[in-house]
Design a protein around this ligand. Structure first.
Ligand code: TRP
Length: 410
């Protein structure tokens, strides 16, 4: 008898305060509705649901222009732009940007390098303008719920959904026989990243569209399998959580095509960290001389004059895209007017200058941030604490839905 009441007492004590924000807000809502009715106040403006944004870049090697222009800079724009709904109300945003180190180990990796590139990626997010006051920056492996949710989702994801993934097929080809299970499972871990935060908006490059579609499929499958009917309601009630579907379908925000940066040695291939040839990319931290040399040697064509969007001239288009992206204040027309009659040599020289000018302040901020180790660690700690708080709640709800016995202590 004593034992029984102790167990009951403990479990209900656990359920109430720790994991019950929804019940609390329901009570608050009830209280405010009652107060409103009593004073006959005019109806309050519709409560706007905040949007949650989540994205990440892999910390492998050094970040290059493609990562920066195609992802990080667009996060910064997103972070700084006020978003409004159809009625003109400002929509609050909560942004989470993570360094996806667990994804980085899906290809063979060097431990020393992983450590360095995790910190340098985080510092570059900040140097590029991610503001810790507006966005949370954290390291994926600092939030254990990512790995755990990935396992739970693995068990409801059909193999053939993953077999269709183009990125896996391409990367696996390069690895031959020794291709790892982690690489196959990469998209499920990515789905877990997104789903843990109930992310509504996910800014990614075009090449990630299929992974986002998969995430939406997994969300629907999970909600269909586990979040329906009276038994689900009962499990939720017992655990003190709201009985709505656990996951939200995220909307991909596919980043601008012009921001897609191609290799300097082949204008029809994406600029990539895994290219063995460092001359194929401009790294954000390349010193001016290196940038000048890489641009001097980069691939061009035999045709006279510089031209945009001619499918026969992918290199010209790519270099113009870069030229324009590093001068965001200039219009396309203005740029083409300036360069259309230039020789390749002259164009390369103004292009190198523009890249160097654009990267210089970022590089300066980057080195300042790397110098202040304590501050960087503090920002990452704050980021992972905020991320953990959200992620733990979602993981808890997931386990309730799936029928796990929930221990007393989280
Ligand atoms: N796969 C993404 C890429 O290569 C990186 C990534 C991992 C990501 N998890 C994510 C992007 C979650 C957005 C959301 O670009």
């Amino acid at each position: 008898m004593i034992v029984l009441s102790t167990i009951l007492g403990r479990s209900s004590a656990f359920v109430k305060p720790t994991y019950n924000p929804s019940r609390q807000s329901a009570l608050l809502r009830m209280a405010s509705t009652a107060a409103e009715a009593a004073t006959k106040a005019p109806p309050k403006a519709k409560k706007i649901r905040p949007e949650r944004v989540l994205s990440g870049v892999q910390p492998t090697g050094s970040l290059h222009l493609g990562n920066y222009l195609g992802a990080i800079r667009q996060w910064v724009d997103f972070q700084n732009k006020e978003q409004t709904d159809e009625e003109g109300n400002v929509v609050p945003f909560e942004n989470f940007f993570c360094v996806v180190d667990l994804h980085a180990i899906t290809m063979p990796h060097d431990p020393m390098e992983l450590q360095e590139s995790t910190l340098s990626s985080a510092a570059l997010y900040l140097a590029a303008g991610i503001d810790p006051a507006k966005s949370k920056v954290f390291v994926q492996s600092h939030v254990p719920a990512h790995s755990e949710l990935a396992w739970l989702l693995n068990c409801i994801t059909p193999m053939n959904w993953l077999e269709r993934m183009i990125q896996f097929k391409e990367k696996a080809k390069k690895q031959g026989e020794s291709v790892g299970v982690g690489l196959f499972d990469y998209p499920v871990l990515m789905a877990a990243d997104i789903m843990l935060y109930q992310s509504t908006k996910v800014p990614v490059g075009e090449d990630q569209r299929q992974h986002l579609e998969l995430t939406r499929d997994i969300v629907r499958r999970f909600n269909d399998l586990f979040c329906k009917g009276n038994k689900y309601k009962k499990r939720c009630k017992a655990a003190g959580v709201a009985s709505r579907p656990v996951f939200i379908e995220p909307t991909p925000i596919i980043m601008k095509e012009g921001a897609r940066v191609m290799s300097l040695t082949d204008g029809s291939n994406k600029m990539s960290k895994s290219d063995a040839n460092d001359s194929s990319r401009i790294n954000v931290l390349d010193p001016p001389e290196t940038i000048r040399n890489k641009i001097k040697r980069c691939k061009t064509d035999e045709i006279k004059g510089i031209e945009w969007d001619n499918p026969e001239r992918p290199e010209a288009t790519n270099l113009l895209n870069i030229y324009s992206a590093v001068q965001p204040e200039r219009s396309k027309e203005d740029i083409i007017e300036e360069v259309k009659d230039m020789s390749w040599g002259d164009f390369k020289s103004v292009l190198a200058d523009a890249i160097i000018n654009h990267l210089e302040p970022i590089q300066i901020r980057y080195y300042e941030i790397r110098e202040d180790k304590d501050r960087l660690n503090e920002i990452l700690k704050e980021g992972s604490e905020a991320a953990n708080a959200v992620a733990k709640q979602t993981l808890f709800n997931t386990k309730v839905a799936m029928g796990f016995v929930i221990p007393d202590e989280p």
